[in-house]
Every structure is written in structure tokens, then in C-alpha cells.
Design a protein around this ligand. Structure first.
Ligand SMILES: Cc1ncc(C[n+]2csc(CCOP(=O)(O)OP(=O)(O)O)c2C)c(N)n1
Ligand SMILES: [Mg+2]
Length: 360
């Protein structure tokens, strides 16, 4: 088992594809070519949609937006291990995982345009809405998986959070409960080295985040977060263990946020160019593309055609999102509480009387 060979206290990191796209034959997972190409397509779509999203924000067509650049493998690898009936619980940066699990791109865009309808991914798509309060989704994921266990369903919950999220009380409460109740939860900490401008060294005195699993009494594993095959393999093993009723796993995905924290941030103010260069050489998409080329199932002609096709697809999805009906004022006010509190009622009345007035 990978979790035995890569005991987090020994500090080893699971890697199957090295930075130049060479594969470790002994560990290479068996995935058919069609699926591999589908995964590559989703990785590239994530990158292209991400680049488009930043441009849309600059044009005032998106609100603030958190880029997933550099974390495509870290998100898509674990999501590959899920069945349709499993749940995925995420934070706010996991565009790749959403797309792989079937969330329509235009819906995800609608969300960043400020429309809650963007969280409606479709009937049967088991993805929770985004959780912007850092770490708050961890207890939700544990609750969902505990409920599935209680009802004797065979489902598993995959829960994403960041290195910053691992400092929150919610993280510790969630993992403790999961360990005690042996819930079918797979925790993936996307350690992208930064929580806005706070570096990983200031987040925890532990050597790794994976080793925190030891204290909660379940397996943890440190994985190269820019290696989609390693992430998939670690997650698959964890999902199978959870489905067998053997409880949770913590996967630390060692990756890097290649862009700013969000479009409201400027990372050049707190990190060096060398750091970005180091990680650019470890780009998860380049690495996976090289692997596919070495396998003989991908080439430059196919790449060019796919880039053109996805570019057009992204434009169509933007159009769909922008053409979607905007919520009415009543709808904006009606979603948070079953019964509207007095202060919200007063605001709604004031807007109805004078829709153009700005609050002071
Ligand atoms: C409880 C809470 N505190 C602070 C914030 C502001 N905030 C948004 S994202 C973020 C950093 C999160 O870092 P990490 O968990 O590593 O995720 P990443 O942004 O790197 O994906 C902070 C502090 C928030 N959203 N919620
Ligand atoms: Mg982070």
C-alpha cells in the first residue's frame, strides 16, 4: 500500500511522473488512453478558462477571481478517483476538480459574476457550493460522509482545503471527528505554499501537513501535487479504503499557486521571481503532456486542434453565462434566511422605494 511505503513521518513524497514527464513504470496506474486524454483535455480547459477569467475580471465582467493556475493536477487527480455517487466538497480555487466532475463551465463563471445560480451544477452532480470562509467546509465534508456511513450508503466524500485552512479550528475538529468515527472521508490539503501572503513556514511548525494525520489516528501521505498520476493513485487507494469502511485519509498535495491569490492581489510584493521560475519548470500540464507524447498518444497537431476547440468552447460558455438572467432584487435578499430578519427587511424596503440609492 502506498500509505505504508510513504509513511509521512519519514518525509518521503510520492511521485510517479517526474518533472520531465518520465514515468516510474512500477507505480504507473492502469488508466485507458481515452480516459488519459479526457483528463488532459480537462487540465487544458481549466488553464484556458482560468486565463480567460482573469481577463474578464480586468474588463469588469467578473468579480474577484481566485486562479487555479499550477494546481490543475492537484485538483483533477483526486477527483478522478470518485464515483458519481460520491460527494466533493471544495473551497474556492478548485475549478479543475469541478470541471472533471461535470460542473458546467458557464455555471462556474456565473458564480464569479456574482450570481448564486452559478452554484447550481445540475441534478445528480454531487458538489457542494464553494466555501469561502477558510476551513469551514471541512466539518461539512465530515458531516456528509458520516451521514452516508450512518445510512449504510457506500459513498465517499472528497474534501479540498488549503495549507492555510489547516491552521483553522474547523480543520482540527473535522479530522478528529473523522478519525474517531472512521468516516469515509478523503481529505486533500492543496499545499500551494501560500495563504495569500503568508508562507507555508508560518502556517505550521510541523515538517509536513500529511503527518498531522498520525495524531488523528489515520493514514496520511505526501504527494507531488503537480503529478496527476500520483494524486490519482493516492486518492484511489484512499477512496477504496474509505469505501471498505476503514476510515479517512489525509493527502497533502505539494503544489504551487502560480498566480496571484486572487485578482485583488499582487504576489510580486511578497515572493521572488526565482520561486515562480522553479515551479514553472514543474508545470503539471507540461509534464502530463510530455508523458502522453512519450506514450505516443499525443502530438503537436492534436495539441493545436484542441487549443482551438477549447478556445471556442470557453467563449461560448462566457456568452451563456452573460446571457443568463440576472437575479431580481427579491431573489438577492431571499436565499440566506428562512425568515428574513428585520434589518434585511428594512434594506429591501429601502431599495424598493429607491432602487438607485447607494447605502452610505
Ligand atoms: C475564516 C477566514 N479567514 C480569512 C479569510 C480571508 N482569506 C481568504 S483565502 C485566505 C487564504 C487561504 O489560504 P489557503 O487555505 O492556503 O488556500 P489558498 O488560497 O492558498 O488556495 C484567507 C486568509 C477567509 N476567507 N476566511
Ligand atoms: Mg494555500
Amino acid at each position: 500500500m502506498l500509505v505504508d511505503d510513504y509513511d509521512p513521518l519519514k518525509g518521503r513524497m510520492l511521485q510517479i511522473l517526474d518533472k520531465d514527464g518520465n514515468v516510474n513504470k512500477e507505480l504507473e496506474p492502469k488508466i485507458d488512453d481515452k480516459r488519459l486524454l479526457d483528463v488532459y483535455r480537462t487540465m487544458l480547459l481549466t488553464r484556458m478558462a482560468d486565463e480567460k477569467s482573469i481577463r474578464l475580471q480586468r474588463q469588469g465582467r467578473f468579480g474577484a477571481y481566485p486562479s487555479s493556475r499550477g494546481q490543475e493536477a492537484s485538483q483533477i487527480g483526486p477527483a478522478m478517483a470518485l464515483e458519481e455517487t460520491d460527494w466533493m466538497v471544495w473551497a474556492f480555487r478548485e475549478l479543475g476538480a469541478l470541471l472533471l466532475r461535470g460542473a458546467p463551465l458557464w455555471r462556474t463563471m456565473l458564480y464569479w459574476m456574482g450570481n448564486e445560480e452559478g452554484s447550481r451544477y445540475g441534478e445528480g452532480v454531487r458538489i457542494t457550493p464553494s466555501s469561502v470562509p477558510v476551513g469551514s467546509q471541512v466539518p461539512h465534508a465530515v458531516g456528509i460522509s458520516f451521514a452516508m456511513k450512518y445510512r449504510n450508503e457506500k459513498g465517499v466524500t472528497l474534501c479540498f482545503f488549503g495549507d492555510g485552512g489547516s491552521s483553522e479550528g474547523d480543520f482540527h475538529e473535522g479530522l478528529n471527528f473523522a478519525g474517531v468515527m472512521k468516516t469515509p472521508t478523503v481529505f486533500v490539503c492543496q499545499n500551494n505554499q501560500w495563504a495569500i501572503s503568508v508562507p507555508r513556514e508560518k502556517q505550521t511548525a510541523s515538517k509536513t501537513i500529511a503527518q498531522k494525520a498520525v495524531a488523528y489516528g489515520f493514514p496520511g501521505i505526501l504527494v507531488d501535487g503537480n503529478d496527476v498520476l500520483a494524486l490519482y493513485s493516492a486518492a484511489k487507494e484512499a477512496v477504496e479504503r474509505a469505501r471498505r469502511g476503514e476510515g479517512p485519509t489525509l493527502i497533502e498535495s505539494f503544489t504551487y499557486r502560480m498566480s496571484d491569490h486572487t485578482t485583488s492581489d499582487d504576489a510580486t510584493r511578497y515572493r521572488t521571481e526565482q520561486e515562480l521560475k522553479y515551479w514553472t519548470e514543474r508545470d503539471p500540464i507540461t509534464r502530463f503532456r510530455t508523458y502522453l507524447m512519450k506514450k505516443g498518444i499525443w502530438d503537436d497537431v492534436k495539441e493545436k486542434a484542441l487549443v482551438a476547440e477549447l478556445g471556442q468552447f470557453v467563449e461560448e460558455e462566457v456568452k451563456k453565462a452573460e446571457e443568463h438572467a440576472r437575479p431580481t432584487l427579491d431573489e438577492v435578499f431571499s436565499y440566506t434566511y428562512a425568515e428574513m430578519p428585520d434589518d434585511l427587511k428594512a434594506q429591501l424596503d429601502s431599495h424598493r422605494r429607491d432602487p438607485g440609492r447607494k447605502e452610505g
